[in-house]
Design a protein around this ligand. Structure first.
Ligand SMILES: [Zn+2]
Length: 329
């Protein structure tokens, strides 16, 4: 049994403390995708973060391993180590160059979405004007498919996400997004998006963030209710977990250098309020998820699909393509 957390954030700083990753592991998580940058982070910061995280992982091989395959994750679980890969939240760190996708793959990035809330030259954000996937965006989808990276549509505009799912030759995931029917937030996904994701063979992973669950103090039952909705709509093979926990560390400033306007990335019109940050489920919620999923009516086997087996299936399919790096460099 593998517990798969499709998305978590440490400070975007090379000296980020990995203690939260240990906490996730202690709570039963075997694999986590760590964010290494988003559209608001310049490439200099993204590269610094990747280098720092890789150094921390390399320095503590008894605790962490940067993996390239599902087999690596199974081995890491057997060894009692936490398996890690990286994800990008937005295409701006690709500098409009599809060949940058292969470079990030070599550095350990195994999951990518193209726009962080706002539009860019590749794709639309979920809190911006709908235009659709650009011609460059179509080439980027191809590059993501070709390099064995999971195509993610979290934070992406609705119409644009449908076009990405149409264009992708591989299963597409939402690594951290919830059903809009249950919580009316612009970051959440409609039934049409969930159906399109399932049609690619992909998985919608439930975020544990208060705003997206529609619960002020989110718990395992809130997460499970959203997973059960996805399972009821498109089948249990298409529901997963990406708790989206943002582990902040006092004293470690990860504000993007240069001009940075939080109101641009998290617009007030979409309901964001800098004075009222969201609540996150604690890592320990992982211990409660199996029983909470069963309380929705799922069998043990169905709960195991949601907790990890579905994402294992998709990652096996996507990561093992011939062009993907056999081992993280
Ligand atoms: Zn996110």
């Amino acid at each position: 049994m593998i517990n798969w957390d499709a998305h978590a954030c440490l400070p975007q700083h090379p000296l980020a403390d990995f203690t939260p990753v240990r906490k996730l592991h202690a709570a039963g998580v075997n694999y986590v995708s760590l964010n290494v940058g988003a559209d608001m982070n310049p490439v200099s910061q993204v590269m610094s973060v990747i280098a720092g995280y890789r150094a921390t992982i390399a320095a503590e091989p008894e605790h962490y391993v940067l993996v390239s395959s599902v087999d690596d994750i199974i081995q890491a679980a057997a060894d009692g180590r936490m398996a890690v890969t990286f994800d990008l939240e937005g295409s701006m760190p690709l500098l409009d160059q599809p060949e940058m996708v292969a470079l990030y793959a070599q550095l350990g990035v195994r999951q990518m979405h193209f726009a962080y809330n706002r539009n860019n030259s590749v794709a639309d954000g979920c809190h911006d004007v709908a235009r659709g996937l650009t011609p460059l965006g179509h080439r980027m989808v191809q590059a993501v498919n070709d390099n064995g990276i999971l195509m993610d549509c979290s934070h992406t505009g609705r119409q644009c996400s449908l076009e990405i799912m149409e264009a992708s030759s591989k299963p597409v995931i939402f690594s951290h997004a919830n059903p809009y029917t249950l919580a009316q937030h612009g970051r959440n996904v409609t039934d049409e998006q969930i159906r399109a994701c399932a049609a690619t063979g992909g998985v919608v992973c439930v975020s544990g963030l208060s705003w997206f669950l529609g619960s002020a103090q989110p718990n395992a039952d809130d997460v499970s209710r959203h997973a059960a909705y996805i399972a009821d709509l498109v089948g249990v093979r298409h529901a997963g977990i990406g708790l989206d926990i943002c582990f902040q560390q006092p004293g470690l400033d990860d504000t993007p250098p240069g001009e940075f306007d939080p109101g641009h990335w998290w617009p007030a019109a979409a309901g964001y309020n800098a004075d009222k940050p969201p609540s996150f489920t604690p890592p320990e919620v992982w211990r409660e998820l199996p029983a909470a999923l069963r309380r929705t009516g799922m069998s043990d086997k169905e709960a195991e699909l949601v907790l990890g087996r579905n994402m294992m299936r998709v990652a096996q399919q996507v990561w093992s393509c011939p062009q993907a790096p056999a081992k993280a460099a």
